[in-house]
Design a protein around this ligand. Structure first.
Ligand code: SIN
Ligand code: FE
Length: 281
């Protein structure tokens, strides 16, 4: 079964819908770029890479080439978006509110279509999200996206197989990491904390999906367009997705403990543990 894009307002059970693998869609109007912020919609805000990042805990902005008033405007927009995304999740899924851990915020000012990248970093290929440097230890990755394109252009995604299907298909190709490997990675500062077996397997899954061209073409998938001004939220660790085109997007990452879910059995952690036949945390 592939995921569906469900309009908020059409569902009274938002968390259950998210946990089943749906994308919850919010009509345009959720977040607006203010008049003083219009100048920020340019790829020239970047110093390098494809995103500006923001740490809501410290107020630190990374990857920006701006200074002075424009740098302050960028920080202000990222902070405002981050706060609004938090409020958005809390009012849409009140049962998650007390358990959400707010992660990084990002601003993505580069057109996706035609962007050169290695297959591993190519987000136009279907994948689930997994973090190489910041292990999640089984926690869910819940992301809020807002398309802030000032020219009114949509952000186009493909949405693919459920995590059950992805897991079943790729589990035979997954290799348990060597005991102690996760601790070595953190000692070498490749990861911020030790990488759990779960994190290692999720990274493998991400890679196996992206490198498999036949899977990319034959997996069940639906194209969808998120109009300029709209927002959506989705568990990107479980919903197979690919971003095909679009420019100027804000994104907020949240981590959610599996025990805060209404249906923990639907978490990638529990699904992978069943498939691998052992605990992964
Ligand atoms: C991704 O998480 O794969 C990219 C989503 C996007 O930038 O639209
Ligand atoms: Fe992704």
């Amino acid at each position: 079964m592939t995921s569906a894009v469900v309009a908020l307002g059409q569902t009274t059970a938002a968390a259950a819908s998210l946990e089943s693998g749906n994308v919850l869609f919010q009509q345009p109007g959720f977040f607006r770029v203010g008049p003083a912020e219009q100048e920020l919609c340019s790829p020239s805000v970047l110093s390098s890479g494809k995103n500006v990042s923001f740490d809501p805990a410290t107020g630190q902005v990374g990857g920006s080439a701006l200074s002075g008033d424009l740098a302050a405007a960028l920080r202000g927009m990222l902070r405002r978006f981050s706060d609004e995304a938090q409020a958005f999740v809390a009012r849409t899924c009140p049962e998650y509110a007390a358990h959400l851990v707010r992660g990084r915020t990002s601003f993505r000012p580069v057109e996706i279509a035609g962007r050169a990248s290695s297959w591993r970093k190519d987000d136009t290929r279907l994948h689930i999200d997994a973090f190489p440097a910041t292990p999640v230890q089984g926690r869910r990755i819940l992301r809020v996206f807002a398309n802030v394109n000032p020219q009114g252009r949509p952000r186009a995604w493909r949405i693919g197989d459920s995590f059950d299907e992805v897991g079943r298909r790729f589990a035979p190709a997954l290799k348990m990491p060597l005991p102690g490997a996760g601790v070595v990675l953190s000692a070498l500062r490749i990861t911020k904390t030790p990488r759990s077996a779960y994190d290692a397997l999720m990274l493998q899954l991400h890679d196996r999906m992206k490198e498999d061209s036949s899977y990319q073409q034959t997996a069940p998938q639906t194209a969808c367009e998120f109009p300029a001004g709209s927002a959506w939220m989705v568990f990107t660790d479980a919903v197979s997705h690919a971003a095909m085109s679009g420019q100027y997007q804000l994104e907020q990452t949240f981590l959610l403990p599996v025990k805060a879910m209404g249906a923990p059995d639907k978490s990638p952690l529990r699904i992978l543990e069943r498939l691998m036949g052992r605990p992964l945390i």
